[in-house]
Design a protein around this ligand. Structure first.
Ligand SMILES: Nc1ncnc2c1ncn2[C@@H]1O[C@H](COP(=O)(O)OP(=O)(O)OP(=O)(O)O)[C@@H](O)[C@H]1O
Ligand SMILES: [Mg+2]
Length: 642
């Protein structure tokens, strides 16, 4: 590209961004507010609006998560977070509820929002994303005011009622000492002439978004929060002249927007006292001898549980504790959502490796299970599935375990366990080590085991992790793999399943209503095919007298569905689906085993093997290397002793 082209781009951008930024007198600003009182809103409201602007939806009735996981709650889904955060819907809803109450000037507007949770649960990412909602958003402020104060503060107290009525806007707060000084000295108190400008929020340019990193005891200095006096100017101006002030602390920069406290309780408590006045009185001290300065901003802090517990246990901290709205940010316990986290991160990285099916799932099963507390009612794997909204089948019935009971039983779940970063690192390691540029569930499980051995220090937790990986995750993966390989063997799998389903349903109905079956072509009447039904039922362990209940359940369920006008297929009723799949898979297992295991195959076997590998590649998303790797793994681990 020639330099002319670059210049074009630059000029174009400049003309757009320069376009219609307001700059005028306070009187002109009053006109603007008169037309649109919304522009004078306070910080919580502005932030809330900036997020809501992207759209809010309620979890759809057709979404199984609504019923299975959220107890039928009409949970609000904020589009602004939707593609970035997964499984945090309820936490985000809490944050938004805080912002909403605060924007209605409730008590929350005088409280700090504290996100508390384990490492890598997304606290920083969430805060970062919340701050970004303000980036580029426009607001009006007094010109050259280090506080970038709301221009309406120019209106004297005695006139505020009147102006509030005319404008339909609330007026809260006071001029900064710098703006007040300028008003008196430069404009002789004629405030209608005071210049007002339009600006935008920008974290990098330190406009309206401020970050306070944790500081050690020695370097902690309140000037980081409230600014300082500029010694070089003290010779020029009198001591109490506001022009000596350098109002560049976080509460100055973050006025009108957000002040973030990173790892807040890593600071000494004295350092945090400013927060008390900032929240409760909406004023912060000014450096030197000046009066307090009005502050209107959203204060967001985050910390981990240990720090929180330590801080909370000291009763001298009560004053601050009383001003905190704590929102717990636990790890995700929903498998499908956990998977999305890593898919997002992998999509954003430069790795171009082939990732075999189930790889991310296997890693996510591990992290989720490591976070679950054991239950009296079921094993960890079952619990994970129920938390994921899956139906767990046992003896032909959907296992009736109420997710609410499981949650009751294990309060405070998700506050410990394996972190997202741990998993990402293991995936990265597997990617870096991979020879063929592939990663598979097998290489990722290896990487995870290695990393657990190296990095998990707590003995008990380490052996728990190894048990999850080497037993639970491994066995579950093998069973997924076994089904997949068998499916790959069956041509037109879905059609076969559907036809078995139709036959079964006809028979079960006839059996239940004690009628005969009419053959569709020959019109011949026959008794229900007991042998056939049994084969299907045995695949999920239904034997003996329980068959009658199962058959009438299936029939009742299907006909109720049909009456509602719903389409039924072999996937409609989970227990029957499992039974049919089990039956189909059982029927090809032996062949799958022989063909996969044998070193030498005859022509027919070689053909079958080739077709299966093709299906794995074309339909399931393997490539040649990964298919070979999992097949070798299957023949070494699945069908060992048979
Ligand atoms: N539920 C989630 N949805 C999407 N991404 C997530 C989720 N949880 C964690 N992450 C991702 O995991 C990474 C680590 O998160 P983050 O740094 O925000 O954790 P943290 O809670 O601040 O941890 P720490 O206490 O160690 O600072 C980020 O890249 C974040 O985007
Ligand atoms: Mg963090």
């Amino acid at each position: 590209m020639s330099s002319k082209k670059f210049l074009d781009i630059i000029h174009k951008q400049r003309s757009v961004s320069k376009k219609k930024k307001f700059s005028g007198t306070f009187l002109e600003y009053l006109d603007l507010v008169n037309d649109n009182p919304d522009i004078a809103k306070l910080s919580h409201q502005r932030l809330y609006d900036s997020v809501v602007e992207y759209g809010v939806e309620e979890l759809d009735d057709s979404d199984f998560r609504k019923w299975k996981l959220f107890d039928g709650d009409s949970l609000k889904i904020y589009n602004y977070f939707k593609d970035e955060f997964f499984g945090l819907e309820r936490i985000i809803a809490k944050v938004m509820r805080y912002l909403k109450s605060a924007s209605l000037r409730g008590e929350e507007s005088r409280q700090v929002l504290l996100l508390m949770g384990p490492v890598g649960a997304g606290k920083s990412a969430l805060t970062e994303h919340i701050k970004s909602a303000l980036e580029g958003v426009a607001y009006y402020h007094l010109e050259n005011d280090p506080q970038k104060g709301e221009p309406l503060h120019l209106i004297p107290r005695s006139l505020r009622d009147k102006f509030e009525k005319i404008l339909g806007a609330k007026i809260e707060g006071d001029l900064s000492p710098v703006a007040r000084h300028r008003l008196l000295k430069e404009f002789d108190g004629v405030y209608e002439d005071y210049p007002v400008v339009e600006g935008t929020f920008s974290q990098r340019a330190r406009r309206g978004i401020a970050v306070v990193p944790p500081m050690d005891a020695n370097s902690q200095d309140v000037s980081a929060l409230i600014g300082s006096e500029d010694i070089s100017k003290m010779d020029i101006f009198p001591e109490d002249d506001p022009r000596v002030l350098s109002l560049n602390g976080a509460f100055n920069i973050g006025n009108r927007g957000i002040v973030e406290f990173v790892e807040i309780f890593k600071n000494e408590i004295e350092f945090l006292h400013t927060i008390i006045t900032a929240t409760q009185e909406k004023h912060v001290p000014s450096p030197g001898k000046n009066a307090m300065i009005f502050f209107d901003g959203v204060i967001i802090a985050h910390c981990n549980e240990a720090e929180w517990n330590r801080f909370q246990s000291q009763h001298t901290n009560e004053a601050i504790l009383d001003r905190i709205v704590k929102v717990n940010v636990p790890y995700v316990l929903e498998l499908d959502q956990e998977i999305k986290i890593y898919e997002k991160q992998l999509n954003r990285s430069d790795f171009e490796a082939h990732i075999a099916p189930h790889t991310i799932k296997v890693a996510s099963m591990f992290s989720v299970m490591s976070r679950l507390k054991p239950s009296q009612k079921c094993d960890l794997l079952t619990k994970m599935k129920i938390y994921n909204g899956e139906e767990v089948i046992e003896k032909g019935r959907v296992k009736k375990i109420d997710i609410k009971d499981l949650r009751e039983e294990a309060r405070n779940e998700g506050m410990s366990g394996i972190s997202t970063r741990f998993i990402m690192k293991a995936i990265d390691n597997a990617l870096t080590d991979s020879v063929e540029g592939i990663i598979t569930p097998i290489t990722v499980m290896e990487a995870l085991i290695k990393q657990v051995k190296e990095q998990v220090i707590n003995e008990d937790f380490r052996s728990h992790c190894l048990e999850i990986l080497q037993k639970m995750v491994r066995e579950e993966y093998l069973s997924i793999l076994e089904t997949e390989i068998a499916k790959a063997f069956i041509t037109a799998y879905e059609e076969q399943a559907q036809s078995l389903f139709n036959t079964y349903l006809d028979n079960a109905e006839a059996f239940t209503t004690r009628q005969n079956i009419k053959n569709k072509t020959t019109k011949e009447e026959m008794e229900p095919d007991e042998k056939f039904m049994k084969c299907i039922e045995e695949a999920i362990g239904i034997v003996g007298s329980s068959k009658e209940g199962f058959r009438s359940d299936v029939t009742a369920y299907m006909f109720a569905k049909m009456r509602r006008g719903e389409v039924v297929d072999y996937k409609s009723y989970e227990p029957l689906k499992e039974a049919i799949e089990g039956y189909l898979i059982q029927s090809v297992k032996d062949m799958a085993r022989i063909v996969t295991k044998s070193k030498t195959r005859d022509d027919d076997q070689q053909k079958k093997y080739g077709e299966m590998v093709r299906t794995m590649i074309d339909e399931y998303g393997y490539n040649e290397h990964s298919a070979e790797q999992v097949l070798t793994y299957a023949s070494n681990n699945l069908w060992r002793d048979s």
